[in-house]
Ligand binder design. Structure first.
Ligand code: ZN
Ligand code: ZN
Ligand code: FE
Length: 765
């Protein structure tokens, strides 16, 4: 029998997730001696005992780490032999130059859920029950290290019972920083018209009664406020849309349990896993026949419903099934149209008082506002559409070491990205940087991330578009702090972001297909239908969609009827040769103005954007002539596509341009032949797939490159991405697409940071 002394180093998400108590309890079970501590690198363990037992311990810990731990590395080395008395949890060591990952906010765990509904538990029906395995994290962190005084729970002194649990390594709540109970923790209350009407359980019941009556409530949750109402009450939902000024935009839903969701939507095993995961995102699900009414009310134009499960005890209590209580609630972010989500009580009462009939409030402050994440499953793989609660601020590993860098992201769906060492911290979804409130949220969040992850940027990156608020912030900061600023083309950043998250190396050159909405091009045009041969440092634009005039710029984005007319004129088709649906949306004055803009180019930027082509084609075949949110027409066009239709429109290629006009002429012929919109849409989708394969094959024949990277907002189109991946793979390409980060502009900041590092010669290895 040989006695050994071993030292383990474990890195990753290993703090604040119950790692030390797990080690402690396991060591005691194996009767091993030694200690465990948190340090700047992660967790360190020293262990003394029989070699076989130590091996068994390692095996057990690796097989059953704490449920929320993410182990990046686990190394074991021999240490000088020492005799220990028992096994101890030692105090944390802190190295101010280093950083520790902060856990995202996590959905309530099964143990806490059981206790919540157990009448004999001291936290029975307590809306803030949590433990080491669940509850608020990132949203309540005010500073580092992650200890109670550095959270928004600092103001709640522990009662003796909670204090005892907090100090007991054998307890599930050992060092659970947000630990609370009805005696010492936060409380809920209900208000109407600024008056407190009820507290505690009565507050919950008052809120539930109001929901039954068809009222709209503002409910303070984990990362901010939701606007909540009965999703199956047409009048209430309509009312909510009017008040929120969100005419057609889809609304997220919450149901008490999986079984209820399955009454309305198809839930695959992967989707079920996501819904019930600690991240508990909104999952976009195909609708069943029974869900059609819901679909019409909350997500017109779509064929998918966005569902999530209650992820906090408060939500579970609010949604508890009962006779006459709504089975499905709308849970949409508490804000007015494009402003950021409200998160403090005072702010919510100020901003949401015209939107909500009542307020369900609590006194646990939210330090960082964070929206619900939105995901979907494509070809069995999770695809993140909005990365926020549950995912952020987990860093991504990048395939190289880097000097500290801040990339400021884009205008729409903004995220920023901070890089240090081999980690990229892509922020949670900030929103559209189009107003002062969102800009402040952006600046606050940058400050907070730099502080908690100890990052002092030495390089800045921004989009080449001069007028984006994010770019202006970068320019201002570059001059104030005398830092180098690298401006990065939007679609280059899209492609590099996807390359990096797929582990492709900086020097690799890939065929990048950036199919996107809007990005400023190096020639001043609006790009978005691009084939870019790219590595991290540079790109070559090999193919792009034919330039189309965008008459009136933003006016055309909001009113695709204008794009439809522009497409016809550009293709040499007489708009009066047929009663096209868009005629009704354009009065004679506007029509002649558009024709004039197209002819002269005045106030009519050129665009190769595939997103705009979707908008225009959809308008041409009779879908929306006017839209109320980005991508509405593209979604509508995808939704109607006939999955049986096999034929396609041919996009000819000429001098590096993918010609659009021949396709428009073919569509017009089909319209005149009374081909249905469903078939037209399918032919358009099929044509794009065939075109993608054709350009990639041409590039391969000239360069022998065979790695294709897909990125850009258009790839949110499930039909298009699925059939294009299949077709490219069948042709022998290796295809990569985003799944850890959004394929839309939410993923661009990572690409910006990496391009800036490569361009400035600052990649280490
Ligand atoms: Zn728990
Ligand atoms: Zn307590
Ligand atoms: Fe984009």
């Amino acid at each position: 029998m040989s006695i050994v002394n071993k030292r383990f180093h474990i890195t990753g998400i290993v703090q604040g997730v119950g790692f030390r108590p797990t080690v402690f309890n396991l060591a005691r079970r194996f009767q091993l001696t030694g200690w465990v501590l948190n340090n700047a690198q992660g967790v360190e363990i020293e262990m003394h005992g029989e070699e076989e037992t130590v091996q068994a311990f390692i095996h057990d810990l690796r097989q059953n780490p704490p449920p929320l731990a993410v182990i990046d590395s686990f190394t074991v080395e021999d240490a000088p032999c020492q005799v220990h008395t028992g096994f101890q949890i030692r105090h944390s060591e802190d190295d101010p130059s280093d950083f520790l990952p902060v856990s995202p906010d996590l959905a309530i765990c099964p143990d806490c859920r059981r206790e919540l509904f157990d009448p004999s538990d001291r936290r029975y029906r307590y809306p803030f029950i949590n433990c080491t395995n669940c509850g608020p994290r990132f949203s309540i962190v005010t500073g580092i290290p992650y200890d109670r005084p550095n959270t928004s729970m600092a103001g709640f002194a522990l009662c003796p019972d909670c204090a005892q649990e907090y100090q007991d390594p054998a307890n599930r709540r050992f060092h659970a920083q947000p630990i609370a109970c009805p005696v010492c923790g936060p409380q809920v209350w209900y208000e109407e018209g600024g008056k407190k009407l009820a507290e505690h359980e009565a507050a919950l019941q008052a809120a539930r009664k109001a929901l039954v009556k068809g009222k709209i409530l503002a409910v303070k949750g984990l990362g901010g406020f939701h606007l909540v109402c009965d999703a199956l009450n047409p009048q209430t939902v309509e009312n909510l849309r009017l008040r929120k000024r969100r005419s057609g935009k889809p609304l997220a839903l919450m149901a008490f349990d999986l079984e209820t969701i399955k009454e309305y939507a198809i839930v695959s095993p992967e989707e079920e896993k996501l819904l019930t995961s600690p991240m508990a995102p909104v999952v976009l699900l195909e609708t069943l026949a029974a869900g059609k009414k819901l679909l019409r009310l909350v997500a017109p134009d779509q064929n998918r419903l966005g569902f999530m499960l209650p992820y906090t005890p408060l939500h579970l209590l609010l949604l508890e099934p009962a006779e006459g209580f709504p089975k499905v609630l709308v849970m949409t972010s508490g804000n007015l149209s494009e402003e950021p989500i409200a998160y403090s009580n005072a702010e919510a009462k100020r901003r949401l008082s015209t939107l909500a009939d009542g307020f369900l409030l609590h006194d646990r402050p939210i330090h960082t506002r964070i929206d619900d994440s939105v995901v979907s499953v494509i070809a069995g793989i999770t695809h993140i559409q909005r990365r926020a609660r549950g995912y952020a601020p987990l860093p991504l590993q990048i395939p190289t070491s880097a000097v500290p860098t801040l990339a400021c992201g884009t205008e729409l769906k903004n995220t920023f990205c901070l890089v240090r060492d081999r980690y990229a911290f892509v922020s949670h979804h900030i929103g559209d940087l189009e107003n002062q409130e969102t800009l402040s949220a952006f600046e606050d969040a940058i400050r907070h991330y730099e502080n908690i992850f100890r990052i002092k940027p030495e390089i800045l990156a921004a989009d080449i578009h001069p007028d984006y608020l994010a770019s202006r912030y970068a320019h201002r900061r570059a001059s104030e702090q005398n830092l180098p600023l690298v401006e990065v083309q939007h679609h280059h950043a899209h492609i590099i972001s996807c390359m990096a998250e797929n582990g492709l190396k900086p020097q690799d050159t890939v065929i990048g297909l950036a199919f996107d909405g809007t990005g400023y091009g190096t020639d001043g045009a609006i790009w978005g239908g691009e084939l870019l041969l790219s590595n991290w440092e540079s790109f070559e634009r090999v193919y792009h969609l034919e330039y189309i005039p965008l008459p009136g710029g933003d006016a055309a984005v909001r009113k695709p009827a204008r794009i439809a007319l522009s497409l016809l004129l550009n293709a040499g088709i007489d708009p009066d040769s047929f009663p096209f649906p868009f005629h009704q949306a354009l009065d004679p004055d506007e029509r002649s103005a558009v024709a004039n803009q197209v002819r002269t180019g005045f106030n009519s930027p050129k665009t190769s954007s595939l997103g705009r082509l979707f908008d225009g084609v959809a308008a041409l075949i009779g879908l929306h002539q006017q839209i109320s949110y980005e991508a509405q027409n593209a979604i509508a066009l995808e939704t109607i596509a006939d999955p049986e239709e096999q034929s396609c429109y041919d996009f000819p290629i000429e001098d590096g341009q993918i010609l659009v006009s021949p396709v428009i002429r073919a569509i017009v012929e089909d319209i005149k032949q009374n081909v249905t919109p469903a078939v037209l849409s399918a032919r358009f989708h099929n044509g794009l797939t065939a075109c993608a394969v054709k350009v990639c094959e041409t590039v391969r024949s000239q360069t022998s490159l065979r790695e294709v990277v897909l990125s850009g907002g258009v790839w949110q189109n499930k039909t298009l991405i699925r059939q294009t991946i299949t077709a490219l793979s069948a042709s022998g390409f290796e295809v990569f697409w985003p799944h850890k980060l959004p394929t839309n502009d939410g993923g661009v900041s990572l690409g910006q940071a990496l391009v800036a590092l490569a361009v400035s010669g600052n990649l280490k290895d």
